[in-house]
Design a binder for this molecule. Structure first.
Ligand code: ADP
Length: 451
């Protein structure tokens, strides 16, 4: 039944009911027609008053926050309230779905390693990701609605924002020595999308690559120049036998220097470019230590007091290490050879292997040499970093030894630690993880003073 027909029937019902009652009352008073009319009028007034009350309730609900349930009246007003409430509910659900989608979208942007910032037409901050907040030193809550140029005043940023340039600019970030690349894109009605990217690492790598090429060129140019000079001298001057022999010795020294450098460069390139050494390749530690001992004795040639592990020691029997034998030899020999080169004659050099109680083991090279000042320690493993360049070169150093050690150590899941005091000597340790070491012997390896 249509709503209008239903309403008409209800009105007729009320009118006829009250008209009938009025008629009956009028009959008793001797005026049935008048009674019927008055009854019908009262019926119409009752219907009007009831409608007004229901409409009033609905209006009060609509004027309020509509949080409570809509008035549950019958007929037209009830239906109106129900339909309004339902429409609101559906809209609220659609809005909620939209809000969730927006939140998801924003959290996806938040997950980006780059910072994202949305600016309104007046350069006020509309939204910013956590990374952008960290990059630019902003507060995600407090700074919303603020003009960005009041908060970020770096000239490069301000000028790219104002010029509308589409090129990324570099500026300092909030963190120490952090460099940011900032890109501004305009959209809509003067709004801006600002993207920030931390390029510190990239710039550092580029600088390192440039330095590396410059260093290699420099390292090779020096012996080449010396060699060139000798070749020219020999070609142009009549030399005595003794002089010739002296020059040839020096030429062969320079050639050896270049060969060592190239060998170290190739080792580094191999370490950087090859997959990690397999964890299942086990080697006897006693054999490894014996070979290193022989190398050290050869390098020291009796100039130092050496304390080397005894390969026959019962504590070393059955102890194994997993990894690349060549790489491990190279790292350990580098440390041992440094100890020899940076310890004056008569000094003491001690090499030790200790199985740790909780698992893993320590390879240690301790010397009583010249030591290293604390400010140099963090940079020692950088390529070509030398505390004293001339001493390093005089003793045949390339400046790459500790870089090689660092790479080998990392590739074996180990850790390199350095303790040193100028004039008091140094201790270099490689801490191998339990996964790379089989320590069957219970007691730590005993060191045997061989000399
Ligand atoms: P180098 O070929 O110059 O020895 P390394 O990378 O092996 O290059 O070492 C880097 C620098 O660390 C050396 O130049 C030296 O100044 C310092 N160094 C390394 N080992 C020792 C040590 N045992 N005692 C003192 N200084 C050391």
């Amino acid at each position: 039944m249509s709503l209008a027909l239903k309403r008409l029937l209800v009105l007729l019902r009320d009118l006829s009911l009250l008209a009938m009652l009025g008629g009956v009352a009028g009959l008793k008073l001797g005026a049935p027609v008048l009674g019927t009319w008055i009854g019908a009028l009262l019926g119409a007034a009752w219907a009007g008053w009831r409608d007004a009350r229901r409409a009033g309730r609905l209006m009060r609900w609509m004027r309020g926050d509509m949080e409570a349930a809509a008035p549950r009246d019958g007929e037209l007003w009830g239906e109106l309230a129900y339909r309004t409430e339902r429409a609101l509910l559906l809209r609220e659900r659609a809005l909620q779905a939209e809000r969730e989608r927006l939140a998801e979208f924003l959290s996806a942007i938040d997950a980006s390693p780059n910072g994202v910032l949305l600016l309104g037409a007046d350069e006020q901050i509309v939204w910013l990701s956590q990374v952008a907040a960290v990059h630019l030193g902003l507060d995600r809550e407090r700074d919303l609605g603020q003009r960005i140029t009041n908060l970020v005043r770096a000239p490069a940023f301000v000028s790219t924002l104002q010029s509308g340039s589409a090129e990324p600019v570099l500026m300092n970030g909030r963190a120490l020595q952090q460099m940011l690349s900032v890109l501004v894109r305009r959209y809509g009605q003067g709004q801006c999308l600002v993207l920030t990217q931390d390029v510190t690492e990239r710039l550092r790598n580029e600088a390192m690559r440039r330095d590396f090429v410059a260093n290699v060129s420099h390292e090779i140019r020096t012996p080449l120049t010396v060699l060139g000079g000798f070749v020219e001298t020999m070609a142009t001057l009549p030399l005595g036998e003794e002089e010739r022999a002296r020059m040839l010795t020096m030429m062969s020294q320079q050639t050896a220097r270049m060969q060592t450098l190239v060998a170290d460069l190739l080792t580094l390139a191999r370490l950087e470019g090859s997959p990690q050494p397999p964890p299942g390749d086990w080697h006897a530690v006693a054999d490894l230590l014996e070979r290193i001992g022989i190398e050290v004795e050869g390098l020291s040639r009796g100039r130092h007091r050496l304390v080397l592990p005894d390969p026959e020691d019962a504590a070393l029997q059955g102890v194994e290490i997993a990894g690349s034998l060549g790489e491990l030899m190279s790292a350990m020999t580098n440390l041992a050879s440094n100890a020899v080169r940076y310890t004056p004659d008569g000094g003491r050099i001690e090499i030790a292997w200790t199985c740790r109680e909780g698992g893993g083991a320590v390879f240690e090279v301790r010397d009583s040499g010249i030591g290293i000042a604390p400010e140099h320690l963090p940079r020692l493993t950088e390529r070509f970093y030398r505390v004293d360049g001339s001493r390093s070169r005089e003793t045949g150093g390339t400046g790459l030894g500790l870089s090689i050690v660092k790479h080998v150590v990392q590739r074996h899941g180990a850790e390199l630690t350095i303790d040193s005091q100028p004039g008091q000597g140094s201790t270099f340790r490689i801490l191998f993880p339990a996964s790379r070491v089989h320590c069957r012997a219970a007691a730590p390896a005993l060191q045997d003073a061989r000399r």
